[in-house]
Design a protein around this ligand. Structure first.
Ligand SMILES: N[C@H](CCC[C@H](N)C(=O)O)C(=O)O
Length: 296
């Protein structure tokens, strides 16, 4: 089975195009967890290709969807995630570079979210380099995140107290289609903080489906530093949906403007929480590293 190794700001993926033939038949109509075992094997950094996630690109099979393609993304522990920002940009690049759509615009569905994407820039050979992805509206209702904490007076969890083994912290909790718990800190987030508090909150009982955890330092009204402990993956060099959640949390808590650049360990993303339609738009790179043949 052919695969393409890609990354967005160092958040790396094994991408398999299952657009036609046997792979499409095997997975398109199969239950979501049919690919979980394959995902865990391919993501394994010792016995497999190694990645922060596995991505299947499928033809859209829903009649009520304007998307041309469906993305299914799995964490290295085999768990499926309904949203993945960096993987979406890799998918748009792969589809553009292989001529699966004309022009610069494509819509990809992930779970119940349609994500319109645009190729913003190409290299001299015409291959996609920077991609803009519209991840839609942030989700604040605790039951929809899901999170067991009670909403505050504004009806959201912009200032929720999370008690964990190391103490209690105030967080902003929301969903971009996947759950995020955003913690603002005064200094650059340390290894100790990320690797100790990250797993404690990822598996906190307040999150029935676990959560991604973002540690954020505000550098300026339009610039933030983010480290991420990801659900089902551990720390990654970047988290695209996390950056969207961070941009929203920073505005909600009065820390930044609606347009900001987020500095991640593996690169930078440009974020905009657009006032006109309440959508969160992320722009950043996608890189193809190599292609290979999976023989297991
Ligand atoms: N670990 C995440 C999925 C990957 C998200 C991240 N890599 C991104 O770019 O959005 C979750 O289980 O929700």
């Amino acid at each position: 089975m052919r695969f393409t190794k890609m990354h967005g700001c160092g958040n790396d993926y094994v991408v398999v195009e299952a657009l036609r033939g046997g792979l499409a038949e095997r997975y398109a109509a199969a239950p979501i967890d049919a690919a979980s075992g394959l995902a865990a094997s391919m993501c394994n950094r010792h016995y497999g290709v190694g990645a922060d996630g596995f991505v299947l690109i499928l033809p859209e099979t829903r009649d009520d969807s304007d998307a041309a393609f469906e993305m299914r993304m799995y964490n290295p522990d085999g768990s499926y995630s309904a949203m993945c920002g960096n993987a979406l940009r890799c998918v748009a690049k792969r589809l553009a570079d292989t001529g699966e759509f004309d022009g610069d615009a494509v819509v990809v569905r992930t779970a119940d979210t349609l994500v319109p994407m645009r190729i913003i820039s190409r290299d001299p050979a015409g291959r996609a380099e920077r991609i803009e992805a519209d991840l839609g509206e942030p989700i604040f209702a605790p039951d929809s995140i899901p999170c067991r904490l009670s909403a505050g007076p504004e009806g959201d969890l912009r200032s929720a107290v999370i008690e964990h083994a190391g103490g209690a912290r105030t967080a902003t909790v929301l969903s971009m289609g996947n759950p995020h718990c955003v913690l603002f800190v005064d200094e650059s987030p340390s290894d100790e903080l990320v690797t100790t508090v990250g797993p404690q909150i990822e598996t906190h009982p307040a999150f029935p489906q676990r959560t991604n955890v973002e540690f954020v330092q505000v550098l300026a009204p339009n610039r933030l530093r983010q480290r991420t402990w990801e659900r089902g993956a551990g720390e990654t060099l970047a988290c695209g949906s996390g950056a969207c959640a961070v941009a929203v949390a920073a505005v909600l808590t009065g820390r930044t403007e609606r347009a900001a650049t987020i500095q991640l360990s593996g690169g930078e993303l440009d974020l905009l929480w657009r006032e006109s339609d309440n959508h969160v738009v992320m722009t950043g790179p996608a890189v193809e590293v190599f292609t290979g043949e999976w023989s297991m």
